[in-house]
Design a protein. Structure first.
Length: 422
């Protein structure tokens, strides 16, 4: 089934040489990877997700995802392969393994974290069943042979009608962390990884009537404010929101991510933590009302319609570049939390779980994962300086939250080969 691109367009045109729009999920398992079992798991998984077995084609000036019957690539390498290239068999998805690690790479225009988690539940079910000769409960897991409902295929944004009109407001400049620390010699994208006991962090969060996402955004806001108390620029963090609920499309596989703006206002800075949490939760509640979320969907839909109306790729790329620049101008950082991993009985075989992607909403992105009894915070940034990470960790320490500093790595993601970034 050929899929004409619509919701995918903004992410497609924002993908360049230096900003790979790729989701990389990196799992360390409890034992070394068994290659035959992994190949079996990938084959069975891709049978269940035919809308991910696609290649990008340009037909008369319009991009489509066309069926791709070539094998999905698996490499014994932590590097993986570039997507939409000959080495990936022109797929927009690929897998890799090495020692005890499994990696999923997928083009962010194809799906988001929610969609990737669904695919991983399937993959882990097949792999762990085969690797450990175990009979795992299949409840809540999509498997090959299932009837695939049309709601998984359809783009709910394309068909959404009578959406609320978004309210236009001028948004002031936000504090850009990169402007304060980055020098010409410090332009290495870096990811710092930290983990916290899930039960400990949830105990703290619930005691303060927060959520993992809002509490993380608040700790980062407080950290930045203490570093630069005299800055006149707003400290503004985007907290990602899954738009499926508002669209009444829980099964949709597309990238359906909006955001709420959490601004750390001057008057809040001397408030106790509990009052700050209440303020942030209030901002989230107001901005996640269905009408507000759908207005945001309408805004994104308008951008995609504008992209479609343009004459050629050069015009579309120019618009996408302006959108990226605008986003960096109004956001300090982004916090993303897909939700509890819930990888069912396979989760007992996962030792570490990380989700990396390009930090496009502000200079810092924190991806939160909740898997195997641990919260993992992957803190990605456009520079290597640890100044913000250290300040964020100081907030955890000051509030009695124990953490494990896991690693620091260069943020390396596969490229997506497109005509404009070859």
């Amino acid at each position: 089934m050929e899929q004409k691109l619509f919701t995918e367009l903004r992410t497609l045109y924002q993908s360049g040489k230096d900003n790979a729009s790729v989701i990389r999920i990196h799992m360390r398992m409890s034992d070394s990877i068994e290659p035959d079992a992994f190949r079996h798991a990938v084959n069975m998984t891709m049978k269940r997700y035919p809308y991910f077995c696609v290649e990008l084609q340009n037909k008369e000036g319009s991009y489509v995802f066309a069926e791709n019957h070539r094998p999905v690539i698996i490499t014994n390498s932590l590097r993986g392969v570039d997507l939409n290239s000959e080495e990936s068999n022109f797929h927009m998805i690929a897998f890799a393994w090495h020692d005890d690690k499994i990696i999923l790479d997928v083009f962010h225009a194809l799906t988001d974290g929610t969609g990737a988690y669904e695919l991983l539940r399937t993959l882990l079910y097949y792999y762990c069943s085969e690797r450990y000769h175990a009979e795992l409960n299949r409840d809540g897991i999509r498997l090959a042979g299932d009837d695939i409902p049309i709601e998984e295929w359809n783009d709910p944004v394309l068909t959404a009608s009578e959406l609320p009109v978004p309210t236009h407001t001028d948004i002031s400049k936000a504090l850009n962390p990169a402007e304060y620390v980055r020098h010409e010699s410090d332009n290495v994208r870096t990811v710092y990884s930290v983990s916290i006991s899930e039960s400990e962090f949830m105990r703290f969060v619930t005691q303060h009537n927060g959520t993992p996402g809002t509490m993380t955004a608040l700790f980062l806001s407080r950290a930045v404010a203490k570093l630069y108390p005299d800055s006149e620029d707003a400290i503004r963090i985007a907290l990602c929101v899954n738009q499926r609920k508002a669209l009444h499309a829980p099964l949709a596989h597309q990238t359906l991510v909006g955001g709420v703006m959490l601004e750390y206002k001057d008057k809040m800075r001397n408030w106790p933590l509990e009052k700050q949490v209440t303020a942030y939760r209030g901002m989230v509640i107001v901005q996640t009302q269905e009408e507000k979320v759908l207005a945001g969907v309408n805004s994104l839909k308008g951008i995609n319609q504008l992209l479609l109306s343009m004459k050629n790729d050069n015009e579309r790329l120019a618009l996408a570049g302006k959108i990226i620049a605008h986003t960096f101008g109004i956001l300090t950082a982004t916090v993303s939390y897909v939700g509890k991993g819930d990888f069912k009985e396979s989760e007992k075989y996962i030792r570490d779980f990380h989700l990396w992607t390009y930090p496009g909403g502000g200079a810092i992105l924190i991806e939160i994962s909740a898997v195997s009894g641990r919260f993992t915070f992957d803190i990605m940034q456009h520079f290597s300086s640890p100044v913000y990470v250290n300040a964020f960790l100081k907030e955890l320490e000051d509030n009695g939250i124990n953490y494990d500093f896991q690693s620091v790595n260069k943020l390396e993601l596969p490229k997506v080969k497109l005509s404009w970034n070859m």
